[in-house]
Design a protein around this ligand. Structure first.
Ligand SMILES: Nc1ncnc2c1ncn2[C@@H]1O[C@H](COP(=O)(O)OP(=O)(O)OP(=O)(O)O)[C@@H](O)[C@H]1O
Ligand SMILES: [Mg+2]
Length: 253
């Protein structure tokens, strides 16, 4: 069963074909890479796969459910969550507050529930806070839990982005360049966290330019060029495929 599968995905912007018969297959609990030159369509593909953009054509399934017409929030509630190339944290809120806002099923959001079921709301809030503490500890962010998110380093913001996604209890995370702008020391930390999360049952689709990280993490890699999947295979197979090198040289790198 695939955590995510997409076939024949098309997407154009004002006549420009950005995704052209794109496809992907992410088996349950695998770490799959998506690489390709700048402008190839990788972020757009993640945006379509997470349903923040509607595909013009194609089918997306997750765990055998057709999710092509689902809203991004329904998909996230089901367990497929994306992070962004540029982190989307709330800069003025603290790191802890960012984690709490990201939690799903926040009973406190409903005023009626808080009037009619105040005990349940308080219990749920305590559980959510507890979960946030556990993830911040896991990510090594406990010591910055009380500071405004805008004051984090680039790498810490990426970790917070991961933490916010984990608060929704996903089975598949779509990560857009989790290593961009991250200091080398923190790259290894993020790699280690992703591998640990995989051991715990999560799967990943990772868009990334850092090939050391891709090689360290990915079971299989898809190469995108001008909106099409050029080839896929193990990192080793991809590294030795002359068409891949050609795609990068012919791209905007
Ligand atoms: N909302 C949009 N409207 C119009 N064109 C867009 C839009 N989003 C993306 N594009 C175009 O689609 C193409 C693919 O962009 P995309 O950001 O998906 O590439 P990418 O592979 O993620 O590149 P990078 O590696 O630089 O992040 C680019 O030519 C871009 O200008
Ligand atoms: Mg991108």
């Amino acid at each position: 069963m695939a955590a995510l599968n997409a076939m024949n995905i098309m997407k154009s912007f004002g006549g420009q074909k950005v995704l052209d018969d794109a496809w992907i297959d992410v088996p349950e609990n695998w770490i799959v890479g998506l690489i390709g030159p700048n402008g190839a369509g990788k972020s757009t593909f993640l945006t379509v796969l997470s349903k923040f953009l509607e595909p013009d054509a194609g089918v997306i399934t997750s765990r055998n459910m057709d999710v092509t017409t689902r809203s991004p929030h329904a998909l996230a509630r089901a367990g497929v969550v994306r992070t962004f190339q540029v982190p989307h944290e709330f800069g003025e809120l603290t790191v802890m507050q960012n984690m709490l806002v990201a939690a799903k099923n926040q009973a406190g959001e409903s005023i009626w529930q808080s009037i009619l079921l105040p005990f349940r709301v308080r219990t749920q809030e305590a559980l959510i806070r507890n979960q946030a503490e556990v993830w911040l500890e896991f990510l090594g962010l406990t010591h910055v839990a009380g500071i405004a998110a805008k004051n984090l380093s680039g790498g810490q913001k990426k970790l917070l982005e991961l933490g916010r996604a984990l608060m929704t209890d996903p089975y598949l995370l779509l990560l857009d360049e989790p290593f961009a702008g991250v200091a080398p020391g923190l790259v290894d930390v993020i790699i280690e966290k992703i591998l640990e999360l995989r051991k715990r049952g999560l799967g990943f689709l990772i868009v990334e330019h850092n090939m050391d990280a891709v090689n360290a993490l990915c079971d299989t890699v898809f190469v995108m060029e001008r909106g099409r999947i050029l080839t896929d295979g193990t990192p080793q197979k991809i590294a030795n495929d002359p068409r891949v090198l050609e795609a990068y040289l012919g791209g905007k790198l």
